[in-house]
Write a protein that binds this ligand. Sequence first.
Ligand SMILES: [Zn+2]
Ligand SMILES: [Zn+2]
Length: 306
Amino acid sequence: MFDIALVGSGGMMPLAHRHLSSAMLRYEGRMVLIDCGEGTQVSAKQLGWGFKTIDCICLTHFHADHIMGLPGLLLTIGHAGREESLTIIGPVGVARIVQSICIVASDLPFKVNFVEVPPGGFKGFKIPFTSYILSAHPAFHRCPCFAYRIDIERKGKFDAAAAKELGLPVRFWNKLQKGEVVEHESQTFTPDMVMGEQRRGLSMAYCTDSRPPKGLPEFVSGVDLLICEGQYGDPAKLPNAKAYKHMMFSEAATIARAGNVGKMWLTHFSPSLQNPKEYLKNARDIFPKSYVGFDRKTESFVFEED
Ligand SMILES: [Zn+2]
Ligand SMILES: [Zn+2]
């Protein structure tokens, strides 16, 4: 089960009823947080997934509404008893920025490892302690910013008949299933001899803050869930979206359609957008599986039946 929660759904500043944009992912008990604005830990507390197994925090960019919750959150993770190292990923300069704002959160009981995303993004980073494979793609904002994609891969089916035919004793089967090579009676057995083709995994992508970035539909292609910013729903606000490098509902929907994603949740609403549902039609006319995100909106995704 791959659980995804929108911890907050607002942009710029927290509102009484809307925390700042952030997402939390959980699979096999291990968690990743994407962005951490002021108040993120309050909403995460209400979500109730705990803090100790947050293994990685991905930062889209260094605007305050995406990072100022870090000192408090890191302290809370420490209070939850974490001792294993934690990875923080973000644009170039991530260590300097995070260390600067976290000077008020010293003596953490765990080590923080920083990973910089190069300007062109990256693919296939395995997040420590987890099964998540992370990729990053450049967004188009007023400062360096990245969209993230998380994949959970799924191995092929084990072919017991093939293993029997090879004459390999049952006690070695598990090793091959785990991807290990087995040497037995001077013969070499490799996983591909008994494992079927890789099956469809689970995936999600997260994009905020940005004008529609080049190549994003390809980057998010086929994900089960795209969480995408829709700072404005009203078409009259397009000049603002262009000036401040944000997206309209309709632009997010165009990306979701072109990327053929399973569904899309809109997030990062302007404080001026009191009722995003009023404009949902502007997204649904383009991509029918568009939904308005809200704080602690949660969904669980499972592997397809074989
Ligand atoms: Zn923002
Ligand atoms: Zn921003």
